[in-house]
Design a protein around this ligand. Structure first.
Ligand code: BGP
Length: 478
């Protein structure tokens, strides 16, 4: 079993979950800066104003802003050849539509990217990872407004030009398909203008969600076209939060229901961004959900011109749907029924490594463009032993099982070119705002109450991943 030569091994992060320094060097508040901490049982709260009596974990993140050199050196020590990061839009344009970009913000990413290059690490940069300047929420209700397209184009044009010699691989929107879901739409599209209360209480209509997505599709299409025209060396990708879904039984009604779910959740956004057109099933999907898209002339051309060069997705779990009684999962951000053949993490995510092989084959058969798994991982409670060591065998098992599954997919003929583990260093959870939901190979001494020294520590999994990378996935998998 072998991974192709030059296969990218690495880790994935998002600016808002690790940088901290939320109001430093001219940065504007971003959507996630208005989210308090939460937990498995208690949803994060969204507040319109930043309240001194509440804790907003993204404000400090893990202080990557000041510690990136140490962190990237640790990634290099593990053998990373790729680092997926995102640029914080509000570090570059604090209000989203400022007349000039913020030079201090641009200079920060120069330093980070130079540091990656110095270690021989290829950056993979997400342009929008669950955030936008909060000012655009206040004034425009996020992607509900068409104006966002122009602001996004300007932001992208600015960073493309600035980092043209430092970045080759770009992704437009993280998990764009979250915009098809009620709760997901809040982080993905920022349509939370004036909302105050538990994030789980947000309700959006299909009309709002698909309209916001349409604006994102047009924006993505335009910036992909711009990249192809001006920077032929750039490779532009999409990013889908892949929620693999199985039918609960072989009742054809369950199979059809599952097909519909797979289309709505995974294929809809993928089809638009890879094929450059709305899929044929969209007409019925829209009709049955009362969606009437407002479009302008040229929108469909923008989408058609903006086909991506490679396909990326996150993969954490699989779900089940059925027309009969199906026991529902109780985890945070889980969306379906219980699968009796699978075990779940402490947060209720059903671990399914074989499903990764299955998903990879489905994606490859459908699109035939290079594929990367840009998020995969396991949130878990870690215990620091008295001597400071962290024995995270559960994470090692998860990692090995998923690497083996990718190896099988490569054997199946899938054009897989890279793998970036989610949260190679502990960071703030997007779903719950917790620190204790840890993904890292590197432990960060920061806790949910905001305390901690921010000291970094190698876990056992650090060495396990190092071994896998050193042998290009040939060793360290037993
Ligand atoms: C994905 C997001 C990431 C990340 C991950 C884990 O959906 O793209 O930003 O956070 O999920 O989720 P969580 O942090 O909620 O455990």
């Amino acid at each position: 079993m072998g991974f192709p030569e030059g296969f990218y091994w690495g880790g994935a992060t998002a600016a808002n979950q690790l940088e901290g320094a939320w109001d430093v060097d001219g940065r504007g508040a971003s959507v996630d800066d208005h989210f308090t901490g939460g937990s498995y049982e208690r949803p994060r709260e969204i507040t319109v104003d930043i309240r001194p009596d509440l804790l907003y974990p993204n404000h400090d993140g893990i202080d990557f802003y000041h510690r990136y050199e140490e962190d990237i050196a640790l990634f290099a020590e593990m053998g990373f050849s790729m680092f997926r990061m995102s640029i914080s839009w509000s570090r570059i344009f604090p209000n989203g539509d400022d007349p000039e970009p913020n030079e201090a913000g641009l200079a920060f990413y120069d330093r980070v990217l130079d540091c990656c290059r110095a270690h021989g690490i290829e950056p993979l940069v997400t342009l929008s990872h669950y955030e936008m300047p909060y000012s655009l929420v206040e004034r425009y209700n996020g992607w509900a407004s068409r104006e966002l397209i122009g602001f996004f184009e300007r932001y992208c044009a600015t960073v493309f030009e600035r980092y043209r010699d430092k970045v080759t691989y770009w992704l437009t929107f993280n998990e764009i398909n979250c915009g098809t879901m009620d709760i997901g739409a809040m982080m993905e599209t920022g349509i939370i203008q004036g909302f105050e209360g538990p994030a789980s209480a947000i309700r959006t209509t299909p009309q709002q969600r698909y309209q916001a997505l349409h604006h994102q599709f047009v924006a993505s299409g335009r910036v992909v076209r711009l990249a192809h025209e001006r920077y032929p060396q750039f490779k532009m990708g999409n990013m889908v939060g892949f929620l693999l879904t199985y039918p609960a039984t072989c009742d054809p009604a369950d199979v059809l229901l599952c097909q519909g779910e797979m289309r709505k959740t995974n294929w809809f956004c993928s089809d638009v961004q890879v094929r450059g057109a709305y899929p044929s099933y969209a007409t019925r999907l829209f009709r049955e959900n009362g969606v009437e898209l407002a479009m302008e002339e040229g929108d469909l051309t923008d989408i058609a011109d903006g086909k991506v060069d490679f396909y990326t997705f996150s993969y954490y779990m699989s779900n089940v749907v059925g027309t009969h009684d199906v026991e529902q999962t109780a985890g945070n951000m889980t969306f379906g029924g219980v699968n009796p053949y699978l075990e779940s993490t402490a947060w209720g995510w059903q671990v399914d490594s074989a499903g990764l092989r299955y998903a990879l084959n489905e994606i490859w058969d459908r699109y035939q463009i290079p594929v990367m798994v840009v998020e995969n991982g396991m949130g878990a409670y870690d215990t620091v032993e008295e001597d400071g060591s962290i024995h995270d065998q559960y994470r090692i098992d998860y990692l090995k099982a998923h690497v083996r599954a990718m190896g099988e997919a490569v054997e199946d003929g899938v054009g897989l070119i890279g793998y970036t583990w989610w949260g190679p260093i502990d960071l703030v959870s997007a779903g719950t705002g917790e620190m204790r939901k840890r993904y890292g190979f590197i432990y960060v001494d920061k806790h949910d109450d905001g305390s901690g020294t921010y000291e970094r520590r190698r876990k056992d999994s650090f060495y396990a991943y190092q071994k896998i990378i050193a042998s290009n996935g040939a060793e360290g998998l037993d």
